[in-house]
Design a protein around this ligand. Structure first.
Ligand SMILES: NC(=O)c1ccc[n+]([C@@H]2O[C@H](COP(=O)([O-])OP(=O)(O)OC[C@H]3O[C@@H](n4cnc5c(N)ncnc54)[C@H](OP(=O)(O)O)[C@@H]3O)[C@@H](O)[C@H]2O)c1
Length: 324
């Protein structure tokens, strides 16, 4: 695991159901694989079935290798309990179908890991008419969580929601009047809007943890470090090139597994049971920006989010979000 933060490999019952979005590659792949190798049933919620199935095959092969190395604490089952479900976060229709299909299965849900994310590139609009990072990184995950809260409330103790945020939240301006970018495409401030989507996730964590206080559900968010993944593929910016180059030179550029460490720890470590409402880096609670910690602004964001999503939620689901 290297000299950086690490996680204990703990046995997890296959009755515990985890969903990891964007689990076919990068950080999400490692999170899904390690949770499954500890024994959990893990659903890979991905937009491409082909890429997800290839990832599942590789996960099984890497599980065999890990067992051959003699790694302690892995599940004794010969096969990983991994499954694919279709989810395209760029489409609210796909989000609704995904949630409906999961609900219909009648299963419990113990860990909802909102990992999938888009990095910034040229301006893109979703089929729902929204700036893409707002929808993929923030709004679609928000809807998914809202729809699954009642299932999680009935899934027994120690249910966890984890949001993959980023230190880039520091670059996001807080202005709820411009949440959805409506300016000209060639003037799109990508880094600002990527930062905003990650800022919203942190503020959602804080706002939602107040609402989930004293329940069986915790919510936390994290930054994985600077990780060499496909995320950077469209980010043709000087800042990104400098950041990657600098991180590589300093030896701080992480592998996907190193980037996944805090997430795996948050999802599986029994010592985090009941710990909620924090921003984590390297398996430690850290302080996010002053704006993100401002309770008044968190509530402003909470209220500004509803007009984008309420048409996709039932009255019961909306009430569930506010239930103490
Ligand atoms: N890499 C870093 O340095 C870094 C730093 C801070 C935070 N993060 C965050 O970490 C998370 C994982 O990123 P990563 O670095 O592992 O990047 P990655 O390798 O590009 O993986 C991103 C995952 O999200 C999925 N995804 C993208 N758009 C989607 C959509 N519309 N619907 C469903 N899934 C979608 C991708 O699916 P496809 O394979 O189909 O594209 C992929 O599985 C992101 O939230 C990112 O913002 C990363």
């Amino acid at each position: 695991m290297g000299s950086r933060a690490s996680f204990p490999v703990v046995p997890i019952s296959s009755d515990r159901v985890f969903i990891v979005t964007g689990a076919n590659t990068g950080i999400g792949y490692e999170i899904a694989k390690w949770c499954a190798m500890m024994g959990a049933t893990v659903i890979l919620a991905c937009r491409s079935e082909d890429r997800a199935r290839k990832a599942m095959k590789t996960m099984q092969e890497e599980f065999e290798t890990e067992k051959a190395k003699g790694t302690k604490g892995l599940t004794e089952s010969p096969n990983l309990a991994i499954e694919f479900m279709q989810l395209d976060l760029a489409s609210f229709q796909s989000v609704l179908e995904f949630c409906e299909e999961f609900k219909k299965s009648g299963r419990q849900l113990h860990v909802m890991f909102c990992n999938a994310g888009l990095g910034f590139g040229p301006y893109k609009q979703s089929g729902d008419g929204l700036e893409m990072m707002l929808q993929v990184n923030y709004l679609s995950h928000f809807i998914t969580i809202a729809k699954f809260l009642s299932i999680m409330r009935q899934s027994g103790p120690d249910c966890r929601i984890i949001l993959m945020s980023s230190k880039a939240h520091e670059f996001g301006n807080f202005d709820v009047t411009t949440m959805n970018y409506t300016g000209t495409a060639n003037k799109f401030p990508g880094l600002d809007y990527y930062g905003r989507s990650k800022l919203y996730q942190i503020m959602q964590t804080f706002a939602m943890s107040r609402r989930l206080k004293d329940s069986n559900i915790t919510i936390n968010c994290m930054h994985p470090g600077v990780v060499e993944t496909e995320l950077w593929r469209e980010m043709d910016s000087c800042i990104v090139k400098c950041l990657i180059g600098f991180s590589r030179k300093c030896g701080t550029l992480r592998t996907s597994l190193e980037g996944a460490t805090t997430g795996i720890d948050l999802a599986t470590n029994p010592k985090h049971t009941g710990v909620s409402g924090h921003y984590w880096i390297d398996c430690k609670i850290v302080t996010s920006t002053r704006t993100s910690r401002n309770e008044g602004k968190q509530e402003t964001l909470w209220n500004a989010t509803f007009p984008f999503i309420e048409q996709y939620l039932t009255e019961t689901e909306i009430a569930e979000l506010e239930r103490k």
